[in-house]
Design a protein around this ligand. Structure first.
Ligand code: NA7
Length: 512
């Protein structure tokens, strides 16, 4: 007999767990299907050395339960992956979620039946269950992107992807290691791998901007200050488009409206404070190329100051718009390139030609390595959804519906797919915001919607084509008003060959 639920949720990260909790509070039955053998989503998979959130821990946490946020003790300004995973497990136990979470279960397909108004969900193992609602809590950065380098599978050493890191960890002591990529994951892991490795080669296609994390232990006083006024602190942060608060003043001026000295003073203060609020130094950094250039040049000067070899410094210096790709936050990244055992290999004009049994080849040069770390990112925002064969009304597939790029209403639903919800889907603020706040907003919206349908005797809901078209136009119009579409970022799908270029997140944010 096929198991029947009111709601089937795919994924047991922060979105799936909270969705389950809310659905249960409505008195609905639910089953969460999770590919991993535990909860935590992103923080379950991304166990690479140095993995840590770039949103401060007192903010990158749920706010739906005041008891939870009062009881849980974050120890550092930016939480490490192990601490966030421990928190996810604490939430699963505290709200007694595990009984409805089925781990080690990867979903292969989901099909809508219009007559019965039910989704049938099939797993890779061939099991089936049915639900009135299907909620995709599959994460924005969960489908690993491993470029199809010639000879990729011939490598006889140890290959790793940062987002699929072995649970037992990896000891690189005395090893020759190649890291491909210089995005956030690489920038966090390279300084730590460099401490262990006998020789580290970093293969860089595009240089990244990075600012110091200035991470540190949280003091008892600062934790108490936040906890004493947690609701007010959250309410204040929710007014920000990114839902991330900062101790830094809220900018009011254009970067071009102040003197050079004043600008440098502001950037220096933000640099010292550390983290993503660097980009909030002035109101127009993500709108005006000239304003942006002042911030970019400040960071470039820092790189030249930190990196001793001017040629290496030059290669590490990004030429693009700062913030166009997600700004990285690091601890000792640029200084790592001063080590004699670390070599930066520029693969921008001569790409990696092939992976060989013993390492990598770039042009005529061979790099023999014992391990390759693919820090090559993700098929972001749509990858995890399109890896599943999702069939909506009249058997139409989501892959087909999104052939020219994802189209949603509010990032929550899509035409032709009734009773189908995406938490932080394409077209939502998601990755440009504090993800947990965006997740909570979507989960609460979806739960309210389910309650409304039930209370009013409706058996289905679906976005209308007009509403979806208008939303997609709005998302594009807002993105075009900014500098975001000006570079080859994963926000645009540009990192995955053949992926349609559509700016996926909603830039205007989730501020109330
Ligand atoms: P990112 O930010 O997508 O970084 C991936 C890196 O891999 C980036 O430097 C890419 O260069 C590089 N890459 C990808 N394909 C290739 C090929 N074929 N050859 C050489 N280099 C390549 O992923 P992360 O995991 O670091 O971070 C993802 C998000 O997680 C991050 O934004 C935070 O939100 C947390 P490119 O820039 O495309 O030239």
């Amino acid at each position: 007999m096929v198991n029947e639920f009111d709601v089937v949720i795919v994924g047991a990260g922060f979105a799936g767990m909270y969705m389950l909790h809310r659905v249960r509070s409505l008195g609905l039955t639910a089953r969460v299907l999770e590919a991993g053998d535990g909860v935590g989503g992103t923080w379950y998979w991304n166990r690479y050395p140095g993995a840590r959130c770039d949103v401060e821990s007192m903010q990158y946490s749920y706010q739906f339960s005041d008891e939870l946020q009062q009881d849980w003790e974050w120890t550092e300004r930016y939480a490490t992956q192990p601490e966030i995973l421990e928190y996810a497990n604490h939430v699963a136990d505290r709200f007694d979620l595990r009984g409805d979470i089925q781990c080690d279960t990867r979903v292969a397909a989901a099909t809508w039946d219009d007559a019965s108004a039910r989704w049938t969900i099939r797993t890779e193992a061939g099991d089936e269950c049915r639900g009135r609602f299907l909620v995709m809590a599959t994460g924005c950065l969960s489908s690993a992107n491993i470029p199809d380098f010639p000879g990729r599978d011939s490598f006889e050493g140890a290959p790793y992807h940062t987002g699929r890191w072995p649970h037992e960890g990896v000891d690189f002591t005395g090893k020759r290691v190649g890291v491909i990529g210089t995005g956030s994951s690489a920038i966090q892991s390279i300084p730590i791998i460099a401490e262990q490795a006998a020789q580290l080669y970093v293969f860089q296609r595009t240089a990244s901007y990075s600012v110091p994390a200035a991470n540190r232990k949280l003091t008892a006083d600062e934790v108490r200050d936040v906890k004493d006024e947690y609701a007010a602190f959250r309410a204040f942060n929710s007014l920000m488009p990114t839902a991330i608060g900062s101790k830094q003043p809220i900018p009011e001026a254009s970067a071009l409206a102040v003197s050079h000295d004043e600008r440098e003073r502001v950037y220096e203060a933000r640099w010292d404070e550390g983290g993503l609020p660097f980009l909030g130094a002035f109101i127009d950094l993500l709108f005006s190329p000239e304003a942006n250039e002042t911030a970019a040049e400040f960071v470039r000067a820092k790189i030249r100051e930190i990196v001793k070899d001017p040629k290496v410094a030059d290669r590490l210096t990004p030429k693009t718009v700062i913030g166009c790709k997600r700004l990285c936050v690091d601890t000792g990244y640029f200084a790592t390139f001063n080590k004699p055992t670390v070599e930066l290999v520029d693969v921008s004009s001569t790409p990696i030609s092939e992976i060989t049994p013993h390492g990598l080849r770039v042009g005529d040069r061979e790099f023999d390595v014992d391990a390759i770390v693919f820090a090559t990112g993700f098929d972001a925002m749509t990858g995890a959804l399109l890896n599943i064969d999702i069939r909506g009304r009249d058997g139409q597939s989501l892959r087909h519906a999104w052939e020219a790029g994802p189209r949603t209403y509010l990032g929550l639903g899509t035409v032709g797919f009734p009773n189908f919800f995406t938490i932080s889907g394409p077209g939502s603020p998601s990755v440009l915001t504090n993800m947990i706040v965006s997740i909570e907003q979507h989960v609460e919206w979806i739960a309210d919607c389910m309650a409304y349908l039930r209370d009013n005797g409706f058996d289905r809901i679906e976005a209308t084509p007009d509403a979806q078209d208008a939303w997609v136009d709005h998302v594009n119009a807002i993105a075009d008003f900014t500098l975001f579409p000006s570079c080859n970022s994963w926000y645009l799908g540009a990192n995955v060959p053949g992926k349609p270029r559509v700016f996926m997140p909603y830039v205007a944010g989730c501020g109330r």
